[in-house]
Design a protein around this ligand. Structure first.
Ligand SMILES: Cc1cc2nc3c(=O)[nH]c(=O)nc-3n(C[C@H](O)[C@H](O)[C@H](O)COP(=O)(O)OP(=O)(O)OC[C@H]3O[C@@H](n4cnc5c(N)ncnc54)[C@H](O)[C@@H]3O)c2cc1C
Length: 414
């Protein structure tokens, strides 16, 4: 009987693993709690009306039409028994496996900031992005009807976290505010629509070289984003944000882009976990003592065999590690030994706004400005799941680039 390979999670890592098993004589079962694959790097573009949600969420089943050995199920995994080789779900009967790929990603970590779970807007799922987009548009509509609300901070946004999620969100929000919403609502004034980014460290983009950090701060300030460094958000209320220094900011929106923790299911594994509850895997990406089970992507603590450093939680790491886990399972099925994972670093990059981006290439080279923006665009297009998604993104980006329009600027009641 063909081996059953159970892949939990249809993100970059899960899809990478499933695709690498295309030729395997095996039954590949992919389970995700959503019926779509989320392209997280562009979530902020859904939140700021630049992209439609369908360019960032792609039907999972659609991705495997050309792979007859894959079956996709929509359900939430609730517990994993590594000894019994079985996974439990909310609705389906438990599934037994011969090989397991754990690719459940991570979720937001509020680091105990009081009130954040109730009032903050995280930026990790498609639902988060749509919720933020609707909330922001509603705030402008409310302030349009009652100008006292604008004075009370209804249009102000505090973004927490000076990493890529926070910086990209702050830059995109500022462009949305200054180009589109300022024109939509001519009676609401720019001084009542302040975007502020708060970072606990002394600089934004701590993982990049100094010159990129300086460029990023300048590019955000040019876009009227207030950059506050060395400050921590202590508590959040519906309309106020309190910093550790005691300062209180008037803001009816707080976007949380500050931290992650691995999927909570890892606690059911009985393993010792690393920082952020990540699973430390061996060089071939298998879970210690379980050569048949692999952990990949944001859920895993992967040490680069070349540099001995822990790899960051990035889409490119997740995709490559997922593919490698799939290849290693094919090797095991064929009676061969697994091989260690080697990450091919093609550079780390982030955008700040139209025509402004930073790229950190391997061996210390850096790019900024338009050329970095183009590099970012082409790398992210290549990562999108299908040609259809790439076309949608190119059409929306080109249209927005030429006209500064954002067609997704509507709310739909359901
Ligand atoms: C806003 C943002 C911007 C980013 N920008 C970049 C960038 O520019 N470049 C870059 O390289 N990386 C970026 N990243 C990081 C990148 O998106 C992640 O590293 C990558 O998505 C991790 O892939 P994954 O497959 O491990 O997890 P995910 O993509 O999170 O996929 C996990 C999947 O598991 C499913 N799942 C979770 N729990 C369960 C459960 N219990 N049962 C069933 N299914 C479950 C989820 O629905 C999801 O589909 C960004 C991340 C965010 C949030």
């Amino acid at each position: 009987m063909a081996a059953r390979i159970l892949i939990l999670g249809g993100g970059f890592a899960g899809i990478g693993a499933a695709r690498a098993l295309k030729k395997a004589d095996a039954e590949v079962v992919v389970v995700d709690k959503h019926d779509y694959h989320t392209f997280q790097p562009l979530l902020y573009q859904v939140a700021t009306d630049l992209l439609e949600r369908t360019a960032v969420g792609h039907p999972l089943r659609d991705l495997f039409h050309d792979q007859p050995n894959v079956r996709v199920h929509l359900d939430e995994a609730t517990a994993i028994d590594l000894e019994k080789r079985e996974v439990q779900f909310v609705e389906m009967k438990p599934i037994a496996y011969d090989y397991l790929v754990l690719a459940l990603g991570a979720e937001v970590n509020f680091f105990g900031a009081e009130g954040a779970a109730e009032h903050a807007f995280p930026m990790y799922t498609l639902a988060d992005a749509v919720r933020l987009k609707d909330h922001l548009l509603n705030k402008w509509e409310e302030a349009d009807k009652d100008s006292d609300l604008a004075e009370d901070g209804a249009l102000n946004v505090v973004v927490v976290g000076g990493g890529p999620t926070g910086v990209e969100s702050a830059g995109a929000l500022s462009e949305l505010y200054h180009s589109n919403l300022a024109e939509d609502y001519p009676d609401l004034h720019a001084e009542h629509a302040q975007i502020t980014i708060i970072e606990a460290a002394p600089a934004l983009f701590g993982m990049f070289d100094e010159e990129l950090r300086v460029y990023t701060k300048g590019a955000l300030e040019e876009r009227d984003v207030e950059v506050v460094l060395g400050e921590i958000v202590e508590s959040v209320e519906r309309t106020r944000v309190t910093l550790k220094s005691g300062k209180v900011l008037k803001a009816h929106t707080l976007v949380w882009g500050a931290g992650l923790q691995a999927s909570p299911i890892v606690k059911s594994l009985g393993l010792e976990l690393e920082k952020g509850n990540r699973i430390a895997v061996g060089p071939d990406l298998s879970i210690p003592q379980h050569p048949e089970a692999f952990a990949v992507g944001d859920i895993a603590w992967i040490t680069d065999s070349k540099t001995n450093e822990v790899l960051p939680q990035l889409g490119s790491v997740a995709l490559q590690a997922g593919e490698h886990a799939g290849e290693n399972i094919s090797r095991l099925i064929a009676g061969k030994e697994t091989e260690p994972f080697r990450y091919h670093d093609k550079g780390t990059m982030a955008t700040i706004g139209r025509g402004a981006a930073v790229v950190q290439l391997p061996r210390g080279r850096t790019l900024t400005g338009r050329i970095a923006f183009l590099a970012w665009g082409s790398v992210h297009l290549a990562l999108l799941s299908t040609g259809e998604d790439r076309t949608k993104a190119v059409v929306d980006w080109t249209w927005a680039g030429v006209t500064h329009e954002r067609a997704a600027r509507i709310t739909v009641e359901t």
